[in-house]
Ligand binder design. Sequence first.
Ligand code: MG
Length: 328
Amino acid sequence: MPAVFRLTLAALLLATSLHSHGFDLQAHRGARGLTPENTLPSFAQALGIGVTTLELDIAITKDGVLVITHDRALNPDITRGADGRFIDAPGPLVSSLSFAELGAYDVGRIKPGTAYARQFSDQKALDGTRIPRLADLFALVKKSGNDKVRFAIETKLSPLAPQDTLAPEAFARAVIAAIREAGMVSRTSVLSFDWRTLQVIQRDAPEIPTVYLSIQRGAGENIGADKTEPSPWTAGIRYVDHGSVPRMIKAAGGHTWSAFHMDLTSEKVKEAKTLGLQVLAWTVNEPARMAAVLDMGVDGIVTDRPDLLREEMKRRGMPLPNSTTVSP
Ligand code: MG
């Protein structure tokens, strides 16, 4: 083959692999704006809308079962006990309950009058909905026949509350084992604000992509840009040594940055891309903001309203992921 054709072929293959997943439409906790978060009905709804990726959060029960729930302790805003009443704060730690005990709780409705209820006033209640296992979600997606949709699995642990969960090493290993057991390695990424777990994934399962979460404001701030000691969240990597979040992620051996959308600018997206990173923005629910973040050139958006993001993508003539009908 003439050299010029070989070069063209190599360039084409590289371009294909870089863009093989296209724009990443990520359904946050299923389709939380429409259906109770992190439940099988919510993931089924997201599949029905048609998304690239299902984003979900993992906790681990006392008996070692990986379950899909956002909080280390059950959230009183969305959780009712066997008596049908919303639980008092603080709820029990997931790590203090067996999976059977967890099954007594109903997470199908938001507590009326809470800020959460006001934020998600379009969410439809589904009484009797339980916290699912990660294995249940993999089974649902297999049943749906959708062999393209990806999983973004977030490890939920905090360096500020080590007593609440397994340690990072054991937590990450349990997640790797579950992904491998389901045969979903090629369709999964693991994300975390706690970069220690991502370091374990990269070492023990380099075939699973990692996604570095950041937020540079508020109670969840995890970067520590104004501190000389490392943030407890960033696996010992100090902002002061690198001067930007993308450069910290590069130093950590990461390939993808998922930033709180209000922290992002076009310049920061450009810097990350120059370093060879993919950039995701979370969690964007307003159409005007979706458009603004798309204009920054991000590779994906995480949203509670995948239906609205799809509309914006359609308006722009972007390719849309397939939708799949499945009953949860
Ligand atoms: Mg999450």
